[in-house]
Design a protein around this ligand. Structure first.
Ligand code: PLP
Length: 416
């Protein structure tokens, strides 16, 4: 057998894989959009379905041999509908961005108007940013947060909607730490005759656990990624009312995708099954408790939290009063063994590549079993690392303590 047919013999690739496993094991993973999937999800990602083409949908495929693919997709759709109480589920989107793209294409024509949350206020690129397809194909207008509270400015949202008459309003964000008022969004959408789309990518795990209000009763279309708080494989999903189901399905395939990634759909089914178990609620409750503790500790150390705190799995720290840039903070934390990301904060003037904010999340650390007392230790590491920005020696010493600390919370013990 050639070395390329036996992964254990492929030294080049093995080095990369074991380095990545070590990185994930030995660092504090605090990127709010990441998580650690279960071993069952990990195994499912490499299932035999990776070999199968299944363009189309159950009972309407363009290839033969799809009888098991049909069973798989029907099961996964049923789990998605049950978990979120949705009328229709499409489990084929390869990622969150394609879920959003297909959703727009199902209700908009090129040149129609999207009203989305400003990227700088926490929105996502696909909610209308000029560098994204969403800003290139559609006219875009934005709402944001209030300057005083840093909560969504619902009054301004209503005014903009009234004035601009968007075809769709998008609620949901990547860096907004607060609960979103979906009934309010629905009211605004109704008044201007717009569709309401909710992108719950970040908080879908919290929604599944009943800790974040469900957008399902209010939105025409709900999109999500499956790999953030939902703790599934990398991928996307669309939930919608029955009446839009056909249009959504047609825009995923043949609209923008080819064959579904069936092996990823197996992993989605596993993750949805896990999310339907009662202990998933305990997990999500702990994610929020840990995040609130992290926020409390950071504020206690003098850091300014955007909106003053969090209701969710993430906090956003405004580093401007501390005289640090987001980029410098991210680099220092990385050296100290803490993986995070710089982020824009509302109303800032800094370039996105530098940014004035730091976004931190607790979904992944909570999966590893960290509780509030452990978050106190983690907070101390972060505070110390931010104090020693630029001091490589000090940061390296913190990293050694981080590596030592995190060994108490092993992941993937059987992986090498
Ligand atoms: N929507 C939101 C709110 C996100 O935060 C993200 C990714 O971070 C996406 C969509 C895009 O997901 P993907 O990276 O899977 O395309």
């Amino acid at each position: 057998m050639s070395k390329h047919h036996d992964l254990s013999q492929d030294t080049q690739l093995n080095q990369i894989l074991s380095k990545e496993l070590a990185r994930q094991r030995n660092k504090l993973q605090m990127i709010a959009s990441e998580n650690y999937v279960s071993e069952a999800v990990l195994t499912a990602c490499s299932s035999i379905f990776t070999n199968k083409y299944a363009e189309g949908y159950p009972d309407h495929r363009y290839y033969g041999g799809c009888e098991n693919a049909d069973d798989l997709e029907i099961l996964t759709q049923a789990r998605a509908r049950k978990l979120f109480g949705a009328e229709h589920a499409n489990v084929q989107p390869h990622c969150g961005s394609s879920a959003n793209m297909a959703s727009y294409f199902s209700i908009l024509k090129p040149g129609d108007t999207i009203l989305g949350m400003d990227l700088a206020h926490g929105g996502h690129l696909t909610h209308g940013a000029s560098v994204s397809f969403s800003g290139k194909l559609f006219k875009t207008v934005f709402y944001g947060v209030r300057k005083d509270t840093e909560y969504i400015d619902y009054e301004a949202l209503a005014e903009i909607a009234e004035r601009e008459k968007p075809n769709v309003i998008v609620a949901g964000a990547s860096a907004y730490p607060r609960i979103i008022d979906f009934p309010k969004f629905r009211e605004v959408a109704n008044r201007c005759g717009a569709y309401l789309m909710v992108d719950m990518a970040h908080f879908s795990g919290l929604v599944a656990a009943g800790l974040f209000p469900s957008p399902i009763p209010y939105a025409d279309i709900v999109t999500t990624t499956t790999h953030k708080t939902l703790r599934g494989p990398r991928g996307g999903m669309i939930l919608c009312r029955k009446i839009l189901g056909k249009a959504i399905d047609e825009q995923i395939f043949p609209g923008i995708q080819g064959g579904p990634l069936l092996h990823v759909i197996v992993a989605k089914a596993v993750a949805l099954g896990e999310a339907l178990e009662p202990d998933f609620i305990d997990y999500q409750k702990q994610v929020v408790k840990n995040c609130q503790r992290l926020g409390f500790n950071m504020a206690d150390a003098g850091y300014r939290l955007v909106s003053g705190g969090t209701d969710t799995h993430l906090i956003l720290i405004d580093l401007r009063p501390s005289g640090i840039t987001g980029q410098a903070a991210q680099i220092a934390l990385d050296m100290a063994g803490i993986t995070s990301n710089k982020n824009a904060v509302p109303f800032e003037k800094e370039r996105f590549t530098i940014a004035s904010g730091l976004r931190l999340g607790t979904a992944a650390l909570t999966t590893r079993g960290l509780l509030e007392a452990d978050i106190d230790v983690v907070s101390d590491f972060i505070i110390e690392a931010l104090r020693f920005i630029g001091d490589e020696n000090k940061l390296k010493k913190i990293r050694m303590r981080v590596e030592d600390f995190i060994q108490q919370f092993p992941i993937y013990p059987t992986l090498k």
